[in-house]
Design a protein. Structure first.
Ligand code: SF4
Ligand code: SF4
Length: 155
């Protein structure tokens, strides 16, 4: 477990986040964990934990949060948003963290549009895979193969 040094914490971080539209309730989080327990990303990725990200942000771990790969994993499904008893709107907080990461130079400026494109691709791929699972045929299989090959530039 990483040691947290009080001298390295940025006490302004939580106020910077909470001042953005959509994050007004962010400091109300009381660490109940409902978001993490409901999150489809946390279900498949043990490193992904919305409750922990909020706690780190409230503590002032600006650099650790904004430079983390974890903030790019959220798929903006809004389940946590709907279930949070404190109305934290975590999906919106995540958008704010991403924008801050780009603005403060922790991530390249094209990252936001890359993520939008990836989310669209993931939905499109899922729809095509559902079609294949419901009615497997070679043509549909080729569509899926071609999509994946194009995305990862397989020759
Ligand atoms: S569900 Fe809301 S209150 Fe509970 S840990 Fe998540 S953000 Fe905090
Ligand atoms: S919006 Fe993000 S953090 Fe919230 S449940 Fe969906 S994937 Fe998880």
């Amino acid at each position: 477990m990483k040691e947290i040094k009080l001298s390295e914490l940025d006490t302004k971080f939580k106020y910077d986040i909470a001042s953005q539209p959509g994050a007004e309730n962010f400091k109300r989080c009381f660490t109940c964990g409902t978001c993490t327990a409901s999150c489809p990303v946390a279900e498949v990725n043990d490193d992904y934990d919305p409750r922990k990200i909020i706690r780190m942000a409230i503590l002032g771990m600006r650099k650790e949060v904004l430079s983390s790969d974890i903030i790019w994993m959220c798929q903006k499904c809004y389940v946590c948003y709907a279930r949070c008893p404190q109305n934290v709107k975590f999906a919106d907080v995540m958008s704010i963290l991403r924008e801050m990461a780009v603005k403060e130079g922790y991530a390249p400026k094209e990252r936001l549009s890359e993520m939008e494109e990836l989310d669209k691709f993931a939905q499109d791929l899922r729809c095509n895979m559902v079609k294949y699972l419901l009615k497997p045929d070679k043509k549909q299989g080729d569509v899926i193969k071609s999509m994946v090959e194009k995305k990862i530039n397989v020759k």
